[in-house]
Design a protein around this ligand. Structure first.
Ligand code: PLP
Length: 394
């Protein structure tokens, strides 16, 4: 049936609120006009609030999140630098791949897909190899629905006496899950516009500590388009070194206003509440998450293992073709084994119930033994009995 809206439950791009969409519908404007800095300066200041960083700087690049990955590396490291990374899903894998292709000497700790950053192993490696220059953390592995403990990595670095730079991929966590750049001593915090910020893809955001800025003055990797130096020279005047994606900047203004109106802590509570309902529904259906233990559960995406004999690719295909619902598919070695419900951005309880209802139908059509309504009912029970902290007084 080609009627009704298509329901978007991929873990990015996420649904764009109407107010944000309308904010982007602007006549084109001169990005070198005298009043353009009013927009830019406000955004750069408010992004610091989002990242919870009072020190350092924030850069905005016209790229997807991967561009900020590259900006972080090429501005602060030198070819051959030894760095510590871990791989436990497709996105942590891609960052390792980028680091290797850019010429870093990567110590990669491979972890079961379904767990997260191996903090104890990081501490052991850092104590054994004091010359490690950077430590990488994928805060939320979108492929497996796993959130790692960045604060614990910082503690491990301190315990090992490491003065390495701490790089964090917050593409599917920032603006949805608690993130504290200053408090956790994050030197480079990467995110993109199309997830928690509820914007179209095309903007990446990079929070950079004072220590990382100092490192960029001596780092030997080549960079041009992503150069911090060029960015600083123009940002200081309220402009960019090249033509910025003006409509996205207006959208970002609107999305930050929405997030701050709701309150960041309330936004994080809402994501936890919605995710927990989805998890209850998944459990009631007798299905398992890819995340192997509650400590890893992600509040932005659930990767759900399909039952034996059921093809996860078919589940996604049926959901899309018959029920106009987009789920995330399994990536790389998880292809066919999981489907993913993104529960981040502009959504509420009823959105998540719709996702579970569509999942029940698509699973049944793909051959799974499903008792209709069981997953939805478990989520309904949870949603009715537990409201996010911010709404308890209502
Ligand atoms: N890191 C994570 C955790 C992601 O989920 C993604 C994309 O989904 C990326 C990095 C890459 O970001 P982009 O596709 O915006 O380049």
């Amino acid at each position: 049936m080609a009627t009704g809206v298509t329901h978007l439950f991929v873990p990015g791009p996420t649904n764009v609120p109407d107010v944000v969409r309308r904010a982007m519908n602007v006549p084109m404007q001169d990005h070198r006009a005298p009043d353009f800095p009013d927009l830019v300066n406000g955004l750069l200041a408010d992004l610091r609030t989002l990242l919870r960083c009072r020190t350092g700087r924030v850069f905005l690049y016209p790229s997807s999140g991967s561009g900020a990955w590259e900006a972080a590396i090429t501005n602060t490291l030198s070819p051959g630098d030894r760095v510590l990374m871990s791989r436990f899903g497709q996105f942590s894998h891609l960052w390792v791949d980028m680091a290797e292709r850019l010429g870093l000497d990567v110590v990669c700790v491979d972890v079961e897909w379904g767990a997260g950053v191996p903090v104890d192993e990081y501490e052991r490696q850092l104590a054994a190899e004091p010359d490690i220059k950077a430590v990488f953390v994928t805060h939320n592995e979108t492929a497996t629905g796993v959130t790692s403990d960045v604060a614990a990595v910082r503690r491990a670095m301190d315990a090992a006496g490491s003065d390495a730079l701490l790089f964090v991929d917050g593409v599917s966590s920032i603006a949805s899950i608690d993130f504290r750049q200053d408090e956790w001593g994050v030197d480079l915090a990467v995110t993109g516009s199309q997830k928690g910020l509820m914007l179209p893809p095309g903007l990446s955001i990079l929070g950079v500590s004072d220590k990382a800025l100092a490192a960029s003055a001596v780092a030997g990797m080549k960079r041009c388009y992503f150069s911090f130096e060029d960015m600083i020279a123009t940002n200081d005047l309220g402009y960019f070194p090249y033509t910025p994606p003006v409509p996205l900047l207006h959208g970002l203004r609107a999305s930050l206003d929405l997030l701050f109106d709701e309150g960041l802590d309330a936004v994080f509570d809402r994501h936890h509440h919605l995710a927990e309902g989805v998890r209850r529904g998944v459990a009631a259906l007798g299905l398992e998450l890819c995340a192997t233990a509650p400590e890893w559960y992600s509040d932005t995406v659930s990767a759900i293992r399909v039952p034996e004999g059921v093809d996860g690719v078919q589940v996604c295909r049926i959901a899309y073709d018959r029920y106009r619902t987009s789920f995330g598919g399994g990536l790389a070695r998880l292809a066919g084994h999981v489907f993913r419900i993104g529960h981040l951005g502009d959504l509420n309880e009823v959105s998540c119930l719709a996702a579970l209802a569509a999942a029940e139908m698509a699973l049944a059509d793909a051959g799974a033994d499903v008792a209709f309504g069981v997953g939805v009912a478990a989520a309904q029970e949870y949603y009715c009995s537990a409201h996010p902290a911010a709404e308890r007084s209502v």
